[in-house]
Design a protein around this ligand. Structure first.
Ligand SMILES: [Fe+2]
Length: 265
């Protein structure tokens, strides 16, 4: 099982593919790279411009899943969101406007690259935790306050938040400063999850090189153990996204429980 927890493959929802043909091309490339499970995570920006609701995304997702199946592509598809941090994010999950990753209690959250504070994000993480959701901080290596002080991620870890790094960061796709930060985070055991953040098919062509680089930094065994965490996330217990399931209490998903089985260096 090789999971990509973060990709923009769903057509006509965000700045990813503009047609279903392009979506299928991305899935083909992901499969060629060795990915077996893809969690589609369309952007949702509470203040615009990406405002497609889970309901709208589900309709397209079901069509794409059918087309992918009929094309015989050997991948499992799941639906989630990558949600830009804002005051109302916990409410958006609560009302079902946005989705956690698949049928799990993991929520992928991003924050603006420039001029954002860690405090605002930590507040959202705390509120999500109170609602039974475990936050995953998307690609912190690209965020200014993390680049300035990577150690700040220790506070996030203490609050039970997981860290997802983009593998493209490791090969300098976003520039040298991001690459340097990604390497430091990886070396210091601050990364628990890896994703592509693919917006187009060529992102998957870089996986082999990124894997090599990750293995050089951390040793292959440790790097691949981080990759395996993706499987643990996607097999996590259902929380808010499963209609009719009992509301999960905070104590049932306290940070220590929700991190059980997740590899930390
Ligand atoms: Fe993304």
């Amino acid at each position: 099982m090789m999971v990509d927890l973060h990709c923009h493959i769903l057509y006509q929802t965000d700045d990813g593919p503009s047609s279903i043909e392009e979506s299928i091309r991305m899935i083909e490339k992901a499969a060629e790279a060795g990915f077996t499970d893809l969690v589609l995570t369309p952007h949702y920006f509470p203040n615009g411009p990406y405002l497609k609701t889970a309901q709208e995304n589900r309709e397209k997702f079901e069509i794409l899943r059918l087309v992918s199946q009929r094309a015989g592509l050997p991948v499992n598809l799941y639906l989630g969101n990558e949600v830009m941090n804002a005051f109302k994010v916990p409410a958006l999950f609560e009302e079902g406007t946005v989705l956690p990753l698949g049928q799990t209690h993991y929520a992928l959250i991003e924050t603006g690259r420039k001029g954002t504070s860690e405090e605002a994000l930590l507040t959202t993480i705390r509120k999500l935790d109170q609602a039974g959701l475990t936050a995953i901080f998307a690609h912190p290596e690209r965020i200014d306050f993390v680049k300035e002080d990577p150690q700040t991620l220790k506070t996030f870890r203490r609050r039970g938040c997981l860290v997802q790094m983009n593998y493209l960061s490791l090969i300098g796709y976003y520039g040298e400063d991001v690459r340097r930060t990604a390497e430091e985070l990886l070396r210091n055991g601050m990364v628990q999850l890896i994703g592509s953040d693919a917006h187009q098919a060529d992102a998957y062509e870089w996986w082999a090189q990124a894997r090599e680089e990750g293995s050089r930094i951390l040793g292959e065994e440790k790097f691949l153990r981080i990759l395996e965490n993706g499987g643990k996330v996607i097999q996590g217990e259902a929380v808010l996204s499963r209609p009719g399931s009992p509301k999960v209490t905070v104590s049932a998903f306290c940070p220590s429980d929700s991190l059980k089985g997740i590899f930390f260096d």
